[in-house]
Design a protein around this ligand. Structure first.
Ligand SMILES: [Zn+2]
Length: 110
């Protein structure tokens, strides 16, 4: 199997996983089939905030995964989207949805 194909499979699994996580969080936020008294509703509102931020993280991750899949289709998966240099395979194995080389990524963080 080509290296690109391996990453694609990995990303598709992650995508599946993340989508499930998002829909589970959405279900929790909507409290389907749940009845609550006032005290419970207050706790649930606090939980909702936590859930929402988890949901946002998951959604962001999904965007990055989709972006990486697009980059595989375009054949640009292994090059940095900023400077065009090769992204080390070891880095992609750790972060399959990263689209920057090590030095650009650290530039972005600072
Ligand atoms: Zn770069």
């Amino acid at each position: 199997m080509r290296k690109e194909e391996q990453f694609k499979q990995k990303l598709l699994v992650m995508k599946e996983d993340t989508s499930h996580r998002i829909s589970a969080i959405d279900r929790d936020i909507k409290h389907e089939g749940m009845t609550a008294d006032w005290a419970e509703q207050a706790t649930e509102r606090e939980n909702d905030e936590v859930l929402e931020s988890l949901g946002n993280t998951a959604e962001l991750e999904l965007i990055m995964i989709n972006n990486a899949l697009k980059r595989i289709e375009q054949g640009s998966y292994f090059s940095c989207s900023l400077c065009g240099q090769d992204i080390p395979v070891a880095r992609l194995e750790l972060l399959p949805f990263s689209s920057h080389c090590v030095s650009c990524a650290s530039d972005l963080e600072h």
